[in-house]
Write a protein that binds this ligand. Structure first.
Ligand SMILES: Nc1ncnc2c1ncn2[C@@H]1O[C@H](COP(=O)(O)OP(=O)(O)OP(=O)(O)O)[C@@H](O)[C@H]1O
Ligand SMILES: [Mg+2]
Length: 455
């Protein structure tokens, strides 16, 4: 868990200043550490959370204090920095403030002034935390922002999100493509205590193996041709926040070993570097593949799976939560009508029924894209059946696309549902005629319509 202490790092090459400040400010903070040069300071900063840093501009070795401060604030954007110097110019002060310093103080130091600034920063930090906790509590009470889902299946997912968001547990999100896994990952971050820190997403499926190591762990200047400067990887960038490893099962065997080693040791080095680094980031990963099969086939390492899958969250396919479809349709209609400057539209009840009954192999993404297309191409304010894309209304076989039919009974059911849907359409939703055409009683038809959500 993230600690809530308020820790101070003092960076100055003069030992007198180090000890003077450390003594003078010890009463204001929970922990003080000092450092004499940029490299050592950065290593200390990385190995422990410091909420406030006092840094001298001219350090006898390594980078300037302002450069150092930029790196630190890149790693943890909420870090409060006070810049001190004996050779202040207006330009320097401006640069320091631009880079995010909370104050610029000239030497000889007025200890009282510095103390006041530290107190102010501590108060600011306390308010920030309080604000985050408040937001967390609010979020715990109702819906999850940005994710639509009124039905029991998504409510269950929301419940799991709320339960684990505020822990630092590693989460693996599974679900078909387009079900909203990335939204779940963001919600886990937004509802966590890390929501003031960064959310870094990296798609491991789209990454060639040769780049992956440097992308995840960073590289030193000159580590390979083209490495013109040092670059922190995703692990470092996500410090204090959440690292989202998307399509995690698509990694090569070698990359899986690398990642496993880092997760186990909690240490890594940049490519071409020697310094062992740690990163305080929470790992959330996602896959749209059936991991059990990948493990059985030896494509994905079981030990890595156990590391990542401490808490599993399964996002159900859209056809498994048809009750959410009307809500999603409304939501996307509103979104895209606004975005494309259109009058608000609505769906004729029969058209809504078709959407509710469709199989949606591309899940919410497919629905979203379709609604956007309708908003752009349709002119009236009511959308009728005829104006829906053919793929929804014509073929009774559309569930054949669905990748997850795993048993005969499931296949039979989906064929039955599609057949009933087609017969309903053919008879203009006339139930008696539909039943007659299918050779079943109206009662059986009603029962089956209820069962398949064909209302
Ligand atoms: N419950 C939902 N409410 C609102 N929008 C949603 C919901 N689920 C998904 N979306 C939207 O659908 C699209 C696809 O969602 P997302 O990218 O999270 O899917 P995914 O599961 O990560 O898919 P893939 O496996 O292909 O990466 C996004 O535009 C997302 O905003
Ligand atoms: Mg995704």
């Amino acid at each position: 868990m993230i600690r809530h202490d308020f820790n101070l790092l003092i960076v100055d090459d003069e030992p007198n200043i180090q000890s003077g400040l450390a003594k003078g400010l010890a009463g204001e903070v929970d922990f003080v550490q000092t450092s004499g040069d940029a490299e050592d300071a950065l290593a200390k900063f990385e190995s422990k959370p410091f909420q406030i840093v006092i840094v001298d501009v001219r350090l006898s070795r390594g980078e300037t204090g302002i450069e150092l401060m930029k790196k630190m604030r890149f790693l943890r954007p909420h870090t409060a920095v006070i810049v001190i110097t004996a050779h202040g110019t207006v330009e320097m002060a401006v640069e320091a403030m631009h880079a995010g310093a909370i104050d610029f103080v000239l030497k000889p130091l007025d200890l009282n002034l510095v103390r006041q600034q530290v107190r102010k920063a501590r108060e600011f930090y306390r308010l920030l935390r309080e604000n985050q906790q408040l937001r967390n509590r609010l979020a715990g009470a109702g819906e999850i922002p940005n994710i639509i889902g009124g039905g029991a299946a998504m409510q269950d997912v929301f419940h799991q999100i709320r339960q684990v968001a505020r822990t630092d547990a590693t989460v693996l999100i599974q679900g078909e493509s387009g079900t909203g896994k990335e939204l779940v990952a963001r919600a886990l971050h937004d509802l966590s205590e890390r929501n003031g820190g960064p959310f870094i997403a990296v798609n491991l499926g789209a990454m060639p193996e040769s780049l992956l190591e440097s992308e995840l762990f960073g590289h030193e200047k000159g580590a390979f041709s083209g490495a013109l400067r040092q670059k922190p990887g995703c692990f470092e960038q996500a410090a204090g926040g959440t690292l989202f490893l998307d399509e995690v099962t698509e990694m090569s065997a070698k990359s899986q070993v690398d990642l496993l080693r880092v997760l186990e040791s909690q240490r890594f080095t940049r490519v071409g570097g020697e310094q062992l680094l740690t990163s305080d980031c929470r790992i959330v990963s996602a896959t749209n593949r059936t991991v059990d099969d990948l493990i059985k086939d030896g494509v994905f390492r079981e030990d890595l799976f156990y590391r990542l899958n401490v808490i599993p969250i399964e996002v159900p396919p859209l056809r498994g939560r048809r009750e959410d479809i009307p809500l999603l349709v409304e939501h996307f209609l509103e979104l895209f009508c606004k975005r494309h400057n259109r009058e608000m539209k609505r769906l004729a009840p029969a058209a809504m029924q078709i959407l509710t009954a469709a199989s949606w192999p591309g899940n919410v993404r497919q629905l979203r894209n379709m609604i956007e297309r309708i908003v752009i191409t349709h002119n009236g304010d009511v959308v009728h059946i005829e104006e829906l894309p053919l793929e929804l209304t014509s073929s009774p076989n559309s569930t054949r696309h669905s990748s997850r039919i795993s048993s005969l009974s499931e296949a039979v059911e989906s064929f039955e549902r599609e057949t009933i849907q087609a017969a309903l359409l053919a008879s203009n939703l006339h139930r008696e005629n539909t039943a007659k055409a299918l050779g079943i009683s109206v009662r059986t038809l009603h029962y089956k319509m209820g069962r398949y959500g064909l209302h």
